[in-house]
Design a protein around this ligand. Structure first.
Ligand code: SF4
Length: 473
């Protein structure tokens, strides 16, 4: 049984894509670790990178080329200062020299040494291979970025390193039914059960610290988005809208940092239309930061990173002004658990399942988390997740120009609003009357993913991606 931690589902990284940016970045880091293990790191004279399938087709728009260069340079996506990123890339492009693992200078011409191959590797739509040249020999290593920043190798996919710690969970869960059975048996909420599982991996202090670090990254991301105006990079000339919306909504209370800012919003009186605008503003802000290669939390992916922070902000600023760290942690733990059920039973990769795997899953995660905070039983929490996904089934991934901007940024607002509605519907639902259990919708999502034409799986070969001409934008 596969056990996935909440910290596997919610990861701090750099935009714009978890599968196309964070995953390849992590793959490059793992490649360097392999070179060191094989004692060929110091002897490496040259490295080439081959991108395949979706990583190739939307790699430029999703900054996959930049991600592999940053990973090969030894930058950590969780901690590298965002302001340093363009400097590292410019240096490589101008000098054709890459500082491998921040230790060994090698020749690296990005336009020649990163190869965009149109073909798909059979194992997964997001494949990439690194080749190291040393002493007249070659070492090749192939990775697959399977969504949400997760990276596997084909030979170890059935038995990843994490599997070794998976058996340590006291309440291992693959399906919603198993989760509900444990909740009943232990008389615990979903968040309490997740906490028990996390305790098998980390200390209480570490869990608290890491959950709050995730939340503070989300809050800072919303704050930056609401305070940054201008146009997003990439050539689509998309105007940043969170700033404009925030200017219309904001009051006149002073603040100096994200925490103080949050408190001022909590003091602002809001009406129904304004609730919609605030929630949309929060979601827009995260995904505008994501689209500009800012720091975000994969939730479960970067393209869908705005839904969960927007719904949590909705809870903190509109639903419950007394909520604090306890509720924030509870929210994140439920969201992570629901996301892991979709990852295990279906996919969180748009290259495998279209946008239902990103926005659909993020909306289900947020709906479930909100439902528990609003007093839902574990059964109602899974109903909320089911409702949110049910109304995203079949959603295609067709980003214009391969950029994570249109429809992605706006789509996060829709995922957030649907999540709130799904939680409300679930709270008024008697789970005994439910016709579609969460496990059924997870399975249906996976079946739909398999039926979906590849044009709609993060290839930018169909839908809006071909209906709109970049040159006209
Ligand atoms: S359309 Fe959806 S799945 Fe595709 S890149 Fe955008 S947010 Fe991600």
């Amino acid at each position: 049984m596969e056990c996935i931690s909440v910290f596997d589902m919610l990861k701090i990284g750099v935009g714009p894509s978890s599968s196309h940016t964070l995953g390849p970045w992590r793959a490059a880091e793992r490649f360097i670790a392999e070179l060191k293990d094989l004692n060929i790191f110091d002897k490496t004279e040259r490295v080439t990178v081959d991108l395949y399938g979706s990583l190739s087709l939307t790699g430029i728009g999703h900054a996959t080329d930049l991600a592999v260069m940053l990973g090969l340079s030894g930058a950590d996506p969780e901690y590298v200062p965002i302001d340093d990123i363009s400097g590292i890339i410019d240096q490589i492009k101008q000098t054709n020299i890459l500082n491998l693992g921040n230790a060994v200078q090698i020749q690296f011409n990005p336009s020649e040494n990163i190869v965009f191959n149109k073909n798909f590797l059979p194992f997964h739509a997001n494949g990439l291979s690194f080749t190291a040249f040393y002493e007249g020999k070659e070492y090749v290593s192939t990775f697959y970025s399977i969504g949400g920043g997760f990276v596997v190798k084909e030979e170890s996919a059935a038995n990843t390193e994490k599997d070794e710690i998976k058996a340590t969970f006291p309440f291992p869960v693959d399906k919603a039914d198993e989760l509900l059975a444990f909740c009943k048996q232990e008389n615990k909420s979903i968040s309490e059960l997740v906490y028990e599982n996390e305790l098998s991996l980390r200390s209480p202090e570490e869990i608290d610290h890491e959950l709050m670090r995730i939340w503070n990254t989300m809050l800072e991301c919303i704050y930056i988005g609401c305070h940054t105006e201008g146009t997003l990079p990439g050539g689509l000339n998309v105007r940043r809208r969170a700033y404009d919306t925030y200017q219309k909504l904001k009051g006149d209370l002073p603040y100096n940092n994200p925490q103080e800012w949050l408190q001022t919003i909590r003091k602002t009186k809001v009406y129904f239309r304004q609730i919609l605008k605030w929630v949309s503003c929060f979601a827009l802000s995260v995904n505008e930061v994501n689209a500009s290669l800012g720091r975000v939390v994969t939730a479960p992916t970067n393209g869908s990173a705005g839904v969960i922070p927007a719904v949590l902000m909705y809870y903190l600023t509109i639903e419950n002004h007394k909520a604090g760290d306890k509720e924030i942690k509870q929210f994140l733990m439920v969201a992570g658990e629901i996301g892991s059920i979709f990852k295990k039973g279906a996919t969180i990769s748009a290259a495998m399942g279209g946008c239902q795997a990103e926005i659909g899953v993020s909306s289900a995660m947020a709906a479930a988390a909100l439902c528990e905070l609003m007093g839902g039983t574990p059964e109602q929490v899974t109903v909320a997740a089911e409702i949110a996904m049910e109304h995203h089934l079949g959603l295609t991934c067709d980003p214009i120009g391969g950029l994570v901007q249109i429809p992605c940024i706006e789509r996060n607002t829709m995922g957030a609003i649907k999540a709130i509605n799904a939680a409300e519907l679930a709270l008024d639902t008697d789970p005994k009357n439910v016709k579609v259990p969460l496990d059924t919708v997870v399975n249906t999502m996976w079946q739909t993913a398999q039926d979906m034409n590849n044009k709609y799986k993060e290839t930018s070969e169909g839908g809006l991606a071909i209906a709109v001409n970049m040159a006209d934008c």
